[in-house]
Write a new protein. Structure first.
Length: 228
């Protein structure tokens, strides 16, 4: 009875959060609030363990999406439809390496463009380094380099580049770009479509860096647009 009371308070409280689009639960019952601007935060409440088997709870104003790493993932084949999801900023924050030398010009940003064509899901990653000599610090994106996404619940997804990409450096304007793409597997899509990403590690040819994710619910929103 006490657990039910706490759960009811949770649903009522979520409905009162004016700026939240949806919320999610981690495997251990912690509540994450997802905001319109792509940011997220932990809510000061925890759902009793026996409630984490729920997959969705609807209230008058909100949709509560429950994320539980222990829930069995549907392994049925994924049917894709041709389409393209609007470009979205996924990563943006300071580079630890650049911050050692530059107080301001140390930001790394990566925009995602998810497309589907001929049964393949392609993730285009447009990197923008706020430094005109990116190669000196990061090198290339080489075949086999990995963009690793850490998910709430402890799982990790390794997105592997299969081609080499060189940077375009614009020293006069103080920035460099890398335009690269990779293919998502069905297993990756199944996991990402139900997961919140809270951290990213990019392996460049010269170093690996951790970056801030500013759109943690990106795949939850984007993948349904290309899946039948």
């Amino acid at each position: 009875m006490k657990g039910l009371f706490v759960f009811c308070l949770l649903v009522f409280g979520i409905a009162q959060i004016a700026h939240a689009q949806q919320t999610a639960l981690t495997a251990d019952g912690k509540v994450v609030v997802l905001y319109d601007n792509g940011t997220w935060s932990y809510a000061d409440v925890k759902v009793p363990g026996d409630k984490t088997n729920q997959t969705e709870v609807k209230t008058n104003n909100e949709q509560v999406v429950v994320i539980n790493s222990k829930v069995e993932i549907d392994n049925s084949p994924i049917a894709l439809k041709d389409g393209e999801v609007e470009k979205t900023a996924f990563i943006e924050g300071p580079s630890k390496k650049l911050a050692k030398y530059f107080k301001q010009k140390n930001i790394v940003r990566c925009d995602f463009i998810l497309t589907s064509k001929d049964g393949k899901a392609i993730l285009k990653t447009d990197w923008r380094i706020m430094n005109g000599e990116a190669y000196s610090y990061f090198g290339f994106i080489k075949e086999g380099n990995v963009l690793q996404l850490e998910l709430i619940g402890g799982k990790k997804v390794d997105l592997v580049y299969t081609k080499e990409f060189e940077p375009k450096e614009y020293e006069k304007y103080g920035f460099s770009t890398y335009s690269a793409e990779l293919e998502l597997t069905e297993d990756q899509m199944r996991l990402l479509s139900n997961s919140i990403v809270y951290k990213a590690h990019m392996t460049w040819s010269r170093r690996t860096e951790e970056y801030k994710v500013i759109e943690p619910s990106y795949f939850i929103k984007a993948l349904p647009e290309i899946i039948e």
